[in-house]
Design a protein around this ligand. Structure first.
Ligand SMILES: [Ca+2]
Ligand SMILES: [Ca+2]
Length: 207
């Protein structure tokens, strides 16, 4: 009858199944003049055949959940960072085997929990949040991590976020640490080598 029937489940993400090609032949068996064993019990009219190639592109389904590439993501934030300033974009930290229409375009991010360690923890009770989410750090649905506070020079500490990303196939989560750092950093450098080498290295760096 010419139907093409799927005999087992297909998965676009399976490299061998994303495109399927095969050849088909059609044979004329329409009139009682000759009988061919190739037509079964059907009589053969013109004994004519034709051929064609069939290509089937397997369409994508949202069957793979987004996955963070790392369970822990660490980033620094300077103390002079203004409210509403982007700290991190999470879309670049997530993968999904599906095509964009079932992957990155469907992802929804959500902050599940937030706690702070260090001096900034004392600010929790004051709730000096700026506009935005009701929190010191906000995570938008499209994965942008945004600062939502003003900081003073004596503040220090770490923001610990638990963030979830989901689409129609499922979800995954990651632990994000945002380190509140000073505007300028002091760095200790140790030069190893003989006196001449050390002097030359030092001159090169300080030049
Ligand atoms: Ca898929
Ligand atoms: Ca997906």
């Amino acid at each position: 009858m010419g139907y093409i029937i799927v005999m087992k489940p297909l998965d676009r993400e399976n490299k061998n199944q994303s495109t399927i090609t095969f050849g088909v032949e059609v044979r004329d068996c329409s009139m009682v003049e000759d009988v061919s064993d190739q037509c079964g019990n059907y009589p053969l009219k013109w004994n004519s055949t034709d051929n064609a190639n069939v290509r089937i592109d397997v369409l994508d389904a949202d069957d793979n959940p987004p996955q963070f590439v790392s369970d822990v993501i660490r980033v620094g934030m300077r103390r002079n960072t203004e409210p509403n300033k982007e700290i991190l974009q999470l879309k670049g930290k997530v993968t999904d085997k599906d095509l964009p229409q079932n992957g990155i375009n469907k992802w929804v991010f959500q902050m599940v929990s937030l706690n702070m360690t260090g001096d900034i923890n004392n600010l929790l009770s004051n709730k000096k949040w700026e506009k935005g989410c009701n929190s010191a750090i906000c995570v938008t649905g499209n994965g942008t991590v945004v600062n939502n506070m003003w900081y003073t020079q004596d503040m220090s500490g770490i923001f610990n976020l638990n963030v979830l990303v989901r689409d129609g196939a499922g979800n995954s989560s990651a632990y994000i640490q945002i380190f509140l750092i000073a505007d300028s950093q002091v760095l200790k450098m140790t030069f190893l080598g003989d006196r001449t080498t050390v002097a030359l290295t030092k001159d090169t760096i300080l030049r």
